[in-house]
Design a protein around this ligand. Structure first.
Ligand SMILES: *Cc1c(COP(=O)(O)O)cnc(C)c1O
Length: 395
């Protein structure tokens, strides 16, 4: 059976009523037959049937043993970081999500956990950064926003040999394109806020572990800290996942068309998309994923903030907003938005230049999206020319 068929039929029909849609169990507690004797649930922080359906669904999609649903992607990342103790070290991708950077460096470093950031697209650099204290290797692949690809299988071998866990933030690829646990990773995390939810209408996070014991440890931290996803948002994520494969196919198709359009545009300097043959990690991307996803980034020949600002404020269909993975196309400017909390030198060293622009392709017709970019390039060029003329006049 194909993954899509399996997915759609693995979401159970309600055994009590025959409801086709998963019921939303909006309850805090569950009646017990006798003290400690219950139907599998006692208090909704520890477990809720709607959340449990989502948790087993994501575990199945990722090919893991245990799934857990959290209040946000960062809450999911935080629950994994709680596996570490003072003195432990993390080796993390240098192009890391800004919120994860903030969590690791401003929260976990003060508890005595050291973070080494390296360019994980070169497995040799991961190996170099590992010390006897390394307990966790943290990857995002593709990364945000320069879409660097790391070889999951190669790094999983390094992790195993070093007695460290490998955790992959699979938010950008989703299990529709890439299943890190099947490539040797131990843990997968998601911001379900993005493609899994898919409609820009919720904040949620997920963790999946390959080993049930590791899953139980993270579940212990989840219950101990009360870091859970509510039943209604769990239901929304389930509903999003039902159309995941279909949406990802269209997002990816549009992204490739836009990447090719940008590659030949005279105002564009570099285009970052793992589906392009010109991408430095194209071969690895092709090897480990079924497709290349819906995010495209590019920089401008005029590599300054004004040029990027003029462009991102000139699009009409692409809405200027943080986040990604929804049905509406979004444009963002990482240097002044998502990556603002990363120091400028670190940001630029990781390839996030001042003019870098990130697109999240939605589900609009791709020709309309290309026309929107065309008019935005023209409008922004006119805006810049006008402001230059003003400056000359002022002199
Ligand atoms: C958005 C995002 C997160 C954080 O998720 P939230 O749901 O916003 O807390 C983590 N990793 C990546 C790659 C993301 O894009």
């Amino acid at each position: 059976m194909q993954a899509t068929t399996q997915l759609i039929h693995s979401i159970p029909v309600d055994p009590l009523t025959g409801a086709v849609s998963v019921p939303i169990y909006q309850t805090s507690t569950f009646v017990q037959d006798a003290p400690g004797v219950n139907k599998g649930y006692d208090y909704a922080r520890s477990g809720n049937p709607t959340r449990a359906t989502l948790e087993s669904l994501i575990a199945q999609l990722e090919g893991g043993a245990t799934g857990l649903a959290f209040a946000s992607g960062l809450a999911a990342i935080d629950a994994v970081a709680k596996l570490l103790k003072t003195g432990d070290e993390i080796v993390a991708v240098d192009d890391i999500y800004g919120g994860a950077y903030r969590l690791f460096t401003q929260v976990y470093e003060q508890f005595g956990i050291k973070i080494n950031f390296v360019d994980t697209s070169d497995p040799a650099k991961v190996l170099d950064a590992i010390t006897p204290k390394t307990k966790l290797i943290w990857l995002e692949t593709p990364t945000n926003p320069t879409l660097k690809i790391s070889d999951i299988e190669a790094i999983a071998k390094i992790a195993k040999a070093s007695n460290a866990w490998l955790c992959v933030d699979n938010t950008f690829a989703t299990p529709a394109l890439q299943q890190p646990l099947l490539l040797g990773a131990d843990i997968v995390v998601h911001s379900a806020t993005k493609y899994l939810g898919g409609h820009s209408d919720l904040i949620a996070g997920l963790v999946v572990t390959k080993d049930p014991e590791l899953g139980a440890r993270i579940k212990f931290y989840q219950n101990a800290t009360g870091n859970i996803l509510g039943p209604f948002d769990s239901w929304l994520v389930i509903r999003g996942i039902e159309t995941l494969h279909l949406r990802i196919r269209q997002h990816s198709e549009s992204a490739l068309a836009i990447a090719k359009y940008l590659e030949q545009h005279p105002a564009v300097d570099k285009v970052y998309y793992p589906g392009l043959a010109s991408h430095p990690n194209h071969a690895t991307a092709k090897k480990q994923s079924k497709g290349f996803g819906g995010i495209v980034s590019f920089s401008l020949k005029q590599d300054h903030l004004d040029a990027a600002t003029a462009l991102v404020t000139s699009t009409k269909l692409f809405k200027l907003a943080e986040s990604l993975g929804g049905i509406k196309s979004l444009v963002s400017h990482p240097a002044s938005m998502t990556h603002k909390s990363i120091p400028a030198e670190k940001r630029q060293a990781a390839g996030v230049s001042d003019s870098l622009i990130r697109l999240s392709l939605g589900l609009e017709d791709v020709q309309d999206l290309i026309s929107d970019l065309d008019q935005a390039f023209n409008t922004s060029a006119a805006k810049l020319e006008k402001s230059n003329t003003h400056q000359v006049a002022a002199c």
